[in-house]
Structures are given as C-alpha cells and as structure tokens.
Design a protein around this ligand. Structure first.
Ligand SMILES: [Zn+2]
Length: 224
C-alpha cells in the first residue's frame, strides 16, 4: 500500500469537482462500459491561519484528503445520501469494496425512487421529480410514469413566455417558432401574408414620414 497517495473509486458516470480549503479536486467518472473510475490523490500542505498573524503550514495526508473529498461528494444529495464514491483501502478497489459500494448506492437509489413515487402520488408534476431520481430509476432499470417526459420548456424569442420545444406557434404572442410545422398545419401561409402586408405598410409609412422632414430641412437651408 502506498502511503503517499490514496485512491478514490467512483462507480458512477458522474464527474465531480470538490472545492476544499486546501485545493480543488477533480474526481473522474466512469467512461462508457467502465464499471469504476479511479482518481489518485497526493498529500497537500494547507496554510492554517490562526488569526493572530501566525500562518502555519499544515500537512494533510492523501488519505485525509480522499476521505474528505468523498464525504463532501457523497453528502450532496440530502440525508443519508450516497453517490458512489469511496476511498480504497489499497491502491485499487477490491471486489468486496466494489460490491459494498454498489449495494449502498442501489439502496440510496431505491430511497430516491420511493421519494419520487410519493411526490408523484401527491403532485403528479414532473417539475418536482429531480434529475437524480430519474437517474436512480434508470440505473435500477425501473420504468416509472414520472421518469419519462422530462419535458423541458424553452423561451419564446418573441415574448419570453415558456413554450414547449418544437411547437409551431407561440401560444401567447403567435410568433412562428417552427416554420415547417406551421406550414404543414396551414398556419404559415396566413401568417406570411399578414406579416408581408404589415411590413410593406410600415415601410410606406416610414418613407412618407421621412420625405416631408427632408423638405423642411431643405427650406431652412434655402432661407439661410
Ligand atoms: Zn411568444
């Protein structure tokens, strides 16, 4: 076992960035087809500020750092949360360590799914289902009514209202958002004619508005 380094194992595809007082640590996530991603940590020296003008160096071992980083990451999803990162006893994770981590992660995922079930029962709203709960259901291979339709909205460039992606026309300002779809529905022909008339009318108005103004300027110049 190497005392100078410690190994963090991550059994999920998530990557993490842990900001600690003594440094920032990037924890690798599994690539496709990988079952565990390893990140090596080396010791650091932190500056301890005692508040009385004494700033002393404090050595932090690789293991202390790895434990701290894993605690930070795992605790990020609420009470008793576990996100699948742990410090290996040796340089690489053993089969027993990996099995224990998978069991612990599955247990947390089941708790997340149960919480999502309760939420769905109560609100029937996709808005209250979190990404992590969707990920948990997917990871456990569970098919849930709330899992699908992670339907997001986008902003209408015309009026800023939230609209469903791919809709033909904005429901509040009538802007054409998807020309092909609008044409297929017979909406765009009408809207184009209306917009065309509007554009030429305002262009004519603008031309008329400018012309007298120029003549006025010409008269004043002539008088001088
Ligand atoms: Zn709009």
């Amino acid at each position: 076992m190497n005392l100078e380094t410690a190994t963090i194992a991550n059994i999920t595809g998530e990557k993490y960035l842990a900001h600690r007082m003594y440094g920032t640590f990037q924890v690798a996530g599994c690539a496709d087809g990988e079952s565990v991603a390893l990140t090596r940590v080396t010791p650091r020296t932190a500056s301890m500020d005692y508040g009385d003008k004494r700033i002393l160096p404090l050595a932090i071992s690789a293991r202390e750092i790895a434990e701290d980083v894993c605690r930070e990451i795992n605790s990020d999803a609420g009470e008793r949360s576990y996100l699948g990162v742990f410090v290996c006893a040796g340089d690489a994770p053993t089969e027993a360590e990996l099995r224990a981590a998978r069991e612990k992660l599955d247990e947390f995922y089941r708790a997340l799914v149960a919480a999502a079930d309760r939420e769905w029962e109560r609100s029937h709203s996709y808005l209250f289902i979190h990404d992590l709960q969707r990920r948990a259901a997917a990871r456990l291979g569970m098919v849930k009514e709330w899992h699908y339709e992670a339907r997001e909205t986008e902003e209408c460039p015309g009026c800023g209202e939230r609209v469903k992606p791919g809709v033909a026309v904005c429901k509040s300002c009538r802007a054409i958002l998807n020309r092909d779809k609008a044409a297929a529905l017979g909406i765009v022909g009408y809207a184009d004619r209306a917009a065309g008339t509007g554009a030429s009318a305002s262009a004519a108005d603008a031309a008329q508005a400018v012309a007298p103004g120029e003549r006025v300027v010409d008269h004043s110049r002539a008088r001088r």
